[in-house]
Design a binder for this molecule. Structure first.
Ligand SMILES: Cc1cc2nc3c(=O)[nH]c(=O)nc-3n(C[C@H](O)[C@H](O)[C@H](O)COP(=O)(O)O)c2cc1C
Length: 200
């Protein structure tokens, strides 16, 4: 299997979400020794925001783009090619201010391309990134699972479904800021959830 790992924490070595994503990838690799891995760390390689210049580039026909516009579109093309090539996508996603980290939002904006990763039909939108498995390792300082304050899961489910990614599995590590015992128990629980996800 081809695995694409997306890390979105601002932290590197200390990131729980990246560690959990690493663990998920390692366990998936145990089930398929031929698995390949592409890691995109959104903080090591920041992706530009979707500003007016980027929108202008995207909405200009390819043959009419300036060199600068072509280069901007090519940055998004590279991220789209990565997810198109992947059979499995593993994301590490911290909760920042009740949402997803801004670099992850930029990544989602980059891979959401009309006519390429989704299209509108007479019956409504159709996602074109089909047949992939998605695993999301969520890390939070507090505990928000299944509450209205958890905007991450509904948002990610909606956007992934829109893109055709319907097989999405969430792993939660919550209460990471609630003391060392709570932190350890959150990590232990997340490891168990990873085992369940890999076995499912
Ligand atoms: C800027 C910032 C904002 C945060 N906002 C929230 C929040 O809204 N809710 C929450 O439960 N935890 C919040 N946290 C705590 C993180 O979700 C928690 O530390 C998590 O482990 C970070 O992921 P990481 O370990 O992969 O870096 C925030 C942390 C930072 C640094």
């Amino acid at each position: 299997m081809n695995i694409l790992q997306i890390n979105s924490s601002a932290r590197r070595e200390a990131s729980h979400s990246t560690r959990l994503a690493n663990r998920m990838v390692a366990r998936l690799g145990d089930t398929d020794p031929a698995a390949t891995l592409k890691v995109r760390d959104l903080n090591n390689t920041p992706h530009p925001i979707l500003d007016e210049a980027a929108l202008g580039a995207l909405f200009t026909p390819a043959e009419q783009r300036t060199a600068e516009q072509a280069a901007r579109v090519a940055l998004d093309d590279a991220l789209i090619a990565e997810i198109q090539a992947a059979e499995v996508v593993v994301l590490g996603v911290p909760m920042y201010n009740f949402g997803v980290p801004a670099p992850l939002k930029n990544w989602i904006a980059a891979i959401s391309r009309a006519g390429v990763t989704f299209r509108y039909t007479e019956k409504g939108p159709e996602g074109l990134l089909k047949g992939k498995k998605v695993y999301v390792a969520l890390t939070r300082g507090g505990k928000y699972r299944n509450t209205p304050a958890d905007t991450q899961v509904p948002y990610l489910k909606t956007v992934f479904t829109f893109l055709g990614l319907t097989d999405v599995h969430f792993v939660y590590a919550e209460g990471l800021s609630m003391g060392s015992d709570a932190e350890q128990s959150a990590i232990d629980s997340a490891y168990e959830q990873i085992e369940e996800a890999v076995a499912a």
